[in-house]
Design a protein around this ligand. Structure first.
Ligand code: FES
Length: 563
């Protein structure tokens, strides 16, 4: 199976998501109905009458059928086109439960809806409960656990990337656990009552007559239908297994290219799989938080060489990487077809531990340090609810982080409402200072964009205080306990922090140590030259501006303006 057009993949992802949400809503309604069995059999029957009226209406039936077919279809399609079976644990659980649910659900559908359509059985709650207890009860509980677990895990993986999910996750977690427990308890309570009632021949006869209970011949026919449905699904699974095998064979014989990971291995990789799949096939650590669905940015890489061979950004990349430079791509969206060199931009904990050059003893480097702080943070954040304040702060830090990463910088420390970034860990002094200046110009522009985006919520624009210094830093793993984070300390970092405070106190946007301008060959035109006097009486000079974009080196393309 060759790689499908990216648009088709996008449609399949959306279809899987929407159909999954529809099925989860139906499942939740079913579980709520079962839970009412804890109240009484009558109450359960009354609610079931409403629920079945909805499901048996033609829009309800059509929606349920289409959602089921679409969800199973897309699940199998994504399985068939996997390039490797290596995947995160949660993705494995989601995939296996997605394959198993129809195995348990199809016989239930035949026994209820199938019996109604084929033999006119009234599959109301009395019929279902009488059929359920005791021999099918265990089977049904397994179905509830598998189906509900699959739905909740899928929903969690989708929502966990949303900024406000953390605040509602505990409530959703309680509902996700309580509902199936209540449903099973209600179902067992109601089924036991029905089983006692069914022991009375008179009552059983009335129930059989009222529900048009299937005859022995009809039961035989339903058994054959159950078998047929499972056989058809087994054929489908065999087809998927065949497609998967063919895909693996194509990958084995496909032309090979060099894929080089900066600070990592160089591989001979087959063309066809995505970069993230190549990483997984070869056991290279590569972060991902959405299972390669193009929703998280964790797999981002910077293309160091070979960008010309890559297709333009996919819709998912355009959405996720809108403000990032053109060399930043999502590893799960690009399929290398020629030699490629990349830097992984999100370090997994294991990958960080695998960086041998920055050991506990540390190293000394001449670097540019850029300290970026949210100005007047107590006023900006103090008036907001906790989750709004955290959301806004994360948007700000993400924006700064993106600009830093985009220009080969490294976030050495997050200081509450700011970031200390280091440039030049593996670069010349000139390149380091120019990269830091370019990042500060990008932040200036991105801040305008952020203020536009949140204008209605903010009430007043937010501002950043930036400070650029150049000098000596010590890089290493510093901290208490284990693992120790990789960070930077030293005079240049202290100077950047001190200068950033001064930037804020003066109401400027950007102050720079002239040494950084000198080392980077930057043009101070448009900057004010200030002479500052320290408490000790010592004087120093700094360049100051309210527009950090003036620091952009003349040979760099200007950042994209807002809008
Ligand atoms: S793995 Fe989430 S966007 Fe690529």
């Amino acid at each position: 199976m060759s790689a499908p057009p990216r648009r088709l993949e996008q449609i399949a992802r959306s279809t899987a998501l929407v159909s999954g949400l529809v099925l989860l809503a139906f499942a939740a309604a079913e579980l709520c109905n079962d839970a009412i069995g804890l109240v009484s059999l009558e109450a359960m029957g009354d609610v079931a009458a409403w629920r079945t009226a909805l499901i048996r209406s033609w829009p309800g039936t059509a929606l349920l059928f289409v959602a089921f077919a679409a969800h199973v279809g897309t699940t199998l399609w994504f399985v068939a086109r996997r390039a490797t079976l290596r995947m995160p644990l949660w993705d494995g659980i989601l995939t296996i439960s997605g394959i198993l649910v129809p195995v348990l659900l199809l016989p239930t559908i035949v026994d209820t809806s199938g019996a109604r359509v084929l033999f006119g059985v009234d599959d109301d709650s009395l019929y279902r409960l009488a059929k359920l207890w005791p021999e099918h009860a265990f089977f049904y509980v397994i179905l509830i656990v598998l189906l509900w677990g699959h739905g909740c895990l899928g929903l969690h993986q989708w929502l966990k990337l949303r900024p406000r999910y953390a605040s509602i996750a505990p409530v959703l977690g309680v509902v996700a656990l309580a509902l199936p427990i209540a449903a099973v308890a209600g179902l067992v309570a109601a089924a036991r009552v029905v089983s006692v009632l069914m022991a009375d021949e008179n009552f059983a006869g009335q129930v059989r007559a009222a529900t048009r209970w299937p005859t022995a011949d009809a039961e035989d026919a339903l058994w054959r239908w159950r078998l047929g449905a499972l056989a058809a699904y087994a054929v489908l699974l065999l087809g998927v297994a065949g497609a998967l095998t063919a895909r693996f064979l194509r990958i084995v014989v496909a032309p090979k290219i060099d894929v080089t990971y900066v600070n990592g291995p160089t591989l001979k990789a087959s063309t066809g799989p995505t970069l993230l799949e190549i990483s997984r096939i070869h056991g290279v650590l590569h972060a991902d938080a959405c299972g390669g669905r193009g929703r998280c940015k964790a797999c981002s890489v910077r293309i160091e060489q070979g960008e010309a061979s890559l297709p333009p950004r996919s819709a998912a990349e355009l959405e996720m990487l809108g403000s990032e430079g053109p060399l930043i791509r999502l590893g799960c969206q690009i399929r290398p077809s020629a030699a490629l060199t990349v830097t992984r931009l999100t370090h997994t904990a294991d990958a960080a531990a695998a960086e041998p050059e920055l050991d506990m003893a540390g190293i000394e480097r001449q670097v540019a340090a850029l300290c970026v702080q949210l100005q007047d943070q107590s006023t900006v954040l103090g008036a907001r609810r906790a989750y709004d304040a955290i959301f806004l702060l994360n948007e700000f830090l993400d924006m700064v982080h993106a600009a830093v990463k985009n220009h080969n910088g490294w976030v050495a420390r997050v200081t509450g409402s700011g970031i200390i970034a280091v440039f030049g860990r593996d670069d010349t002094a000139e390149a380091a200072c120019r990269s830091a200046a370019t990042a500060s110009a990008d932040i200036d522009v991105a801040l305008d964009r952020m203020n536009e985006k949140f204008a209605a919520e903010l009430g007043r624009p937010i501002a950043a205080a930036m400070a650029l210094t150049f000098g000596t830093a010590y890089l290493g793993r510093i901290g208490a306990g284990s693992p120790k984070p990789l960070t930077a300390i030293g005079p240049v970092i202290d100077a950047a922090i001190g200068l950033a405070s001064l930037t804020e106190a003066r109401g400027n946007q950007f102050l720079s140590d002239p040494t950084a301008f000198q080392a980077g060959g930057l043009d101070p035109k448009g900057f004010e030259l200030l002479t500052l006097t320290a408490k000790s009486g010592e004087t120093r000079q700094v360049f100051a501006t309210n527009h950090a974009r003036l620091a952009l080196p003349p040979d760099k393309p200007p950042p994209v303006p807002p809008g």
